[in-house]
Design a binder for this molecule. Structure first.
Ligand code: CO
Ligand code: CO
Length: 326
């Protein structure tokens, strides 16, 4: 999913009947506002999503692999699996050799291979800055779609990757971290959300999204906004990548983090003990972040013993659609 405002614009056009999409078409199961759109075509539920990012690493192959994983993540956030993808590349012809684009595509194909999906085409255009992403089509059992809303009081909140990717990529871009120090963050950005998705689906997850540009708190807020529940997040239980607190202390914080935190000011309730470092960390935009989902307390046993990283970071309580950080 891109910026919420774009989703909101598309949603408002749809509701006033201005978009080309058929209003209230029974085939559209999920329209704008979730991680992806889902449409029923001939008995199959088809997922469609698109995401494009600027480089987070220097190596073009790795960038392509990370960007592809970031793009297919929204399919997993819906409980589905990717099937085909189209590449979208903004390419500054005067700054890069064509071989760079070839390496980016090779990296994307490598990720798609791991996910069991095929690259079937693409489009590139001259641009001032390098950009790359995928438009992805996936499928999902129409009765097992993982929506963004639906968390129930009494559920626990699960996060499947540690936070801090935005901080570390910023520190790397500013020359503060070596390639070696970036390695763990890169490994996480390359980790597919496939297993987290299938386990969440099998465990009957009540709601699910992936943590990307709005940070943990922004995406948590999207899961509760307008609902009769609150998310209560235990700050000490949130997993964090190594070096991240240190890098935040040195001011290695992306602009998006500050924007997210500002936007969330009246939507998130911070306990008095929560310092600026944690507020920034929890607002940090993640590239190819983990899944954030809610399941009943009893379902946690489905995750124990599975070779999946996961942390229980809080619980869902009756409330009024806000996020509380303790
Ligand atoms: Co997206
Ligand atoms: Co998403």
């Amino acid at each position: 999913m891109g910026p919420a405002d774009l989703e909101e614009i598309i949603g408002s056009l749809r509701h006033s009947g201005e978009s080309s999409g058929e209003k209230d078409s029974p085939a559209v199961l999920i329209g704008p506002g979730d991680d992806a759109g889902v449409t029923l075509i001939g008995g199959s539920a088809i997922i469609e999503t698109v995401d494009v990012i600027t480089p987070v690493v220097n190596d073009p192959f790795t960038f392509g692999a990370v960007s592809a994983n970031n793009s297919i993540s929204d399919v997993y956030a819906m409980g589905g699996r990717p099937v085909t993808a189209l590449a979208i590349a903004g390419f500054p012809l005067c700054d890069y050799e064509p071989v760079v684009l070839k390496e980016i595509i090779r990296g994307a194909v490598h990720t798609l291979d791991r996910a069991g999906a095929r690259l079937v085409g693409g489009h590139s255009f001259d641009d001032l800055e390098l950009k790359f992403g995928l438009s992805v089509t996936g499928i999902v059992d129409k009765d097992r779609i993982l929506r963004m809303s639906g968390a129930a009081a009494g559920d626990v909140i699960v996060l499947s990757k540690p936070l801090g990717i935005g901080v570390l990529t910023t520190a790397f871009k500013r020359g503060r971290l070596s390639e070696e120090e970036m390695r763990p963050a890169i490994e996480w950005m390359l980790t597919l959300n496939d297993k987290a998705s299938s386990l969440a689906s099998a465990a009957g997850a009540t709601a699910c999204t992936d943590v990307t540009g709005f940070g943990l708190l922004g995406h948590a807020y999207n899961m509760v906004r307008g609902s009769a529940v609150d998310f209560v997040i235990e700050s000490a239980a949130v997993p964090v990548l190594g070096l991240v607190p240190e890098m935040i202390g040195e001011g290695m914080v992306p602009g998006g983090t500050h924007r997210n935190l500002k936007y969330l000011q009246d939507k998130v309730v911070f306990s008095p003990g929560i310092g600026d470092e944690k507020k920034l960390l929890f607002s940090d935009p993640q590239t190819s972040g983990g899944l954030l989902f809610t399941i009943s307390r009893d379902s946690i046993k489905n995750f124990e013993g599975a070779s999946l990283f996961f942390s229980l970071i809080g619980r869902v309580e009756k409330g009024s659609g806000s996020v509380v950080v303790k």
